[in-house]
Design a protein around this ligand. Structure first.
Ligand SMILES: Nc1ncnc2c1ncn2[C@@H]1O[C@H](COP(=O)(O)OP(=O)(O)O)[C@@H](O)[C@H]1O
Ligand SMILES: [Mg+2]
Length: 436
């Protein structure tokens, strides 16, 4: 109040003089600072929350999708640029076969509507992952009890650990109260037997020769290259599958066994394999069982590729028409060439086919030690070495009627360094000519 009783007017410019009733400016500035900081912190946490949520959803989607992802996709992801170590490790883990439920397999195979084939241990159905990748599902016959379990463990324990272009890929498996099954990559052109003895389109002999070499390379990997040696025990055309390009892949590891590479032989109980393909040592017991029993079976497949017929055909009067013996007889008479032409192989492939026959005769030698290792078989088939004359095979047939053969040797010569008995290195010019 002024002296004349007129109340003081607040000054127009600036704050009124004397004590004011509003908070001091410094306090307001301080409050605004605190408020600003709180807003920044809240916004920061909101953003972080949503980012984490987004990441979680992405990972879940990826994990769900990965169950059905084919190998090629996984490999592609592994080498994506700028990925984190966590992601890399996740992808590596996925390389192992995936476990599926029976309900999933039911969906993948549209309730098992298309049967691809069957064997002694189960039926194989066509299917598809939700991402479109085709698969083959082998449902093991549970009525076989322990045998089915052993099959399952043999397959997952052997092929589940391998990766090779000439071995069929195991994507995953199922083992629950409803079923035991194995999930493989789908092989468009089925098994080799259909092209050798069945009604499927005849393949050029050259293609068959390539299939033989590819199959042999798959066996080289099993016997000589993977960490623990794998013996297949059931090599035959039914177990060689062909992809869309007729590239071969060895399949059906139900009888396969892992073994220590340093051991000279494996102990097995009873007969393994398929009659007509399994090595004589299974019956005669004169030689130890080693990986060379696969070499014998492969030799039988080679004979069948040349003859486009089963190696053994039982005639009406129970007479046995055994092609390998016929090949040996023609070889002894130096008439392999004529026999090959009689089999329908063209003149241009005659030399290659003669070589195949000679390699087959080496593969089926009575003594496992006399059979070449698979890496040598590949070299001989490819024609980069000169194949030496094989000794007479099937001597056991003459002796089998007599008392059991005394053991001809104690080991199978696994560490034998005498490579020269099967082949001779050719000069580069000859090798080139041979390959051409
Ligand atoms: N991955 C696959 N793709 C296409 N056909 C397959 C596949 N796996 C198996 N088959 C077919 O099913 C048949 C039996 O399969 P296989 O694995 O040999 O079973 P088994 O142990 O019963 O002999 C094969 O001979 C082949 O015709
Ligand atoms: Mg089979």
């Amino acid at each position: 109040m002024s002296a004349n009783g007129i109340p003081d007017r607040p000054s127009e410019n600036g704050p009124p003089d004397g004590p004011s009733d509003g908070p001091p400016p410094l306090f307001i500035a301080f409050l605004s600072l605190i408020f600003g900081l709180i807003v920044i912190i809240v916004v920061f946490y909101i953003i972080r929350y949503f980012r984490e949520k987004l990441n979680r959803t992405e990972t879940e989607t990826r994990n769900a999708a990965s169950a059905n992802k084919p190998e090629e996709d996984v490999v592609e992801v592994i080498w994506e640029a700028g990925q984190t170590m966590e992601r890399f490790l996740q992808e590596i883990r996925r390389e192992k076969p995936v476990r599926f439920t029976s309900l999933q397999l039911n969906n993948f195979t549209s309730n098992y509507s298309t049967r691809l084939g069957f064997g002694g241990f189960g039926e194989v159905y066509k299917g598809q992952f939700p991402n479109g990748v085709k698969i083959a599902v082998k449902v093991l016959n549970r009525n076989l009890g322990r045998i089915a379990e052993e099959q399952f463990m043999a397959e997952v324990g052997t092929i589940g650990r391998t990766y090779h272009i000439n071995l069929v890929r195991l994507y995953g498996f199922c083992h629950d109260q409803h079923m035991t099954a194995l999930v493989y990559e789908y092989m468009e052109n089925g098994s080799l037997d259909g092209y050798l003895f069945g009604k499927k389109r005849a393949l050029e002999w050259e293609k068959l020769h390539e299939i033989a070499i590819g199959t042999a390379k798959g066996l080289v990997y099993l016997h000589e290259e993977c960490q623990q040696r794998i013996i297949h025990y059931d090599i035959k055309p039914e177990n060689v599958l062909l992809d869309a390009n007729f590239s071969p892949k060895v399949a059906d590891f139900g009888l396969a066994k892992l073994c220590d590479r340093n051991k000279t032989h494996v102990t097995i109980s009873g007969y393994k394999g398929t009659p007509g393909y399994s090595a004589p040592e299974f019956l005669s017991g004169n030689y130890p069982i080693t990986h060379k029993c696969d070499v014998y079976s492969f030799g039988m497949v080679l004979f069948e590729i040349v003859g486009r017929r089963r190696n053994a055909i039982v005639g009406a009067s129970e007479s046995l028409d055994w092609f390998p013996k016929h090949v040996w007889e023609e070889y002894e008479k130096s008439e392999l060439g004529a026999m090959i032409l009689a089999c329908g192989i063209e003149e241009k492939n005659k030399e290659k086919a003669k070589r195949s026959c000679t390699v087959a005769l080496w593969c089926v030698q009575d003594s496992p030690a006399d059979r070449p290792p698979m890496s040598t078989v590949v070299k001989m088939l490819e024609g980069v070495v000169e194949v030496l004359p094989p000794p007479k095979p099937f001597r056991y047939l003459d002796l089998i009627k007599m008392t059991r053969l005394k053991s001809l040797e104690s080991s199978d010569g696994l560490n034998s360094s005498n490579q020269s008995r099967w082949y001779k290195e050719t000069t580069p010019i000859m090798a080139k000519h041979d390959t051409q």
